[in-house]
Ligand binder design. Sequence first.
Ligand SMILES: Cc1cc2nc3c(=O)[nH]c(=O)nc-3n(C[C@H](O)[C@H](O)[C@H](O)COP(=O)(O)OP(=O)(O)OC[C@H]3O[C@@H](n4cnc5c(N)ncnc54)[C@H](O)[C@@H]3O)c2cc1C
Length: 285
Amino acid sequence: MQYYAPKSFSEAIEISMEAKGITRFLAGGTDVLVQLRADILTPEVLIDIKKIPEVGDILQNSDGSWRIGAAVPGAQLNEHKDLKAQWPGVVEAMDLIGSTQVQGRATLVGNLCNGSPAADSVPALIAAGASVTIISPNGSRDVSVEDIPHSPGKTTLEKGELISAVNLPKRNTNGGDAYLRLIPRTEMDIAVVGCGINLSVKEGLVSDARVSLGAVTAKVILVKEAADAIIGTSLDDKALTALSLAASAACKPINDKRGTIEYRTHVAGVLAKRAAQIAYKRARS
Ligand SMILES: Cc1cc2nc3c(=O)[nH]c(=O)nc-3n(C[C@H](O)[C@H](O)[C@H](O)COP(=O)(O)OP(=O)(O)OC[C@H]3O[C@@H](n4cnc5c(N)ncnc54)[C@H](O)[C@@H]3O)c2cc1C
C-alpha cells in the first residue's frame, strides 16, 4: 500500500489521477480503516487529506452561509456554538455517529462519501439544502449533497475528484431543522430509518420545507411530496398525517435483521412527524 499526505488539493488530485488500483481518501478514517482492518477493502493508494491547511476550518462567510472543511470532525462541530445554534439538526445528526473516540475523527464528508444509505448526517445535510465543493483537474464546482450518493457504497464522484468542504446556507431567522433516527439499541448502531427536516415559518404557517429520509431506499433521498404536505399549514394534525403518509410512500426499503419492510415504512412516517414538530418549534423560538 502507498500512503500519501499531500499539502494541497492540487497535489491530492494529481496523486489520485495517477493512482492505480483501489484508491481512498483518508479524512477521519473511521470507515476506511475499519474496512481495511476487517479485510473488507484494502486500498492500494491511501491519500490522507488532513495535512491540507483549509480542511480543518469552520468559517462563516460574510453572507451568513457556512463552510465546513472536509476534515472537520464531529466533536469540533459540536463545540461550535454559533453553528450549533443555527443548524442544530445537522450538528445533532453528526453527533449521533459512533462514540466519543469516533467523534474525534469522523467527518461529514467521510459519512457522505462512504455511500451508506443509513449515513446519519446525510439526511440532515440534504434537508438543510447543503452543497459540497468538489475539486477536480478541471477546477472546482458546488454540487447539492443529494446529488452525491449513488447506491450503497458508491457516490457520483469521478476519479480525481475530491470534496474540499461542505457548504451550509445562511440560516434565516424564522427557520429550524431537526434529525431523528431509530436504532435497535440506545447507541452505536446503524439507523433503521433516519429523517432530516428543515423548515421556515411565517405567521405560524410553514413557508418552505425540505424533508429527507435515510435507510429506506438504496440511497438517502429528498422527499418533495413530504415537504409539500406541510407547506402552507400550521403543522396541524391533518398536515402531520399527510406528511407521515408521504414519507412512508417514498420508502422502498429492504428486510434485514434491523427491521422489516413494513416496520421501516411505518417508522419513516412516525419519525417525519416528530422531526417536523421539533423543527417547527425551533423555527418559532
Ligand atoms: C464504532 C463506529 C460507529 C459508527 N457509528 C455510525 C453511526 O452511528 N452512523 C453513521 O452514519 N456512521 C457511523 N459510523 C461510520 C463512520 O464513522 C462515519 O461514516 C464517518 O462519518 C466517516 O467519516 P470519516 O471522516 O472517518 O471517513 P473516512 O473513513 O476517512 O472516509 C470514508 C469514505 O469517504 C471518502 N472520502 C473521505 N474524504 C473524502 C474527500 N475529501 N473527498 C472525497 N471522498 C472522501 C473515502 O475515500 C472513503 O471512501 C461508525 C463507525 C464506527 C467505527
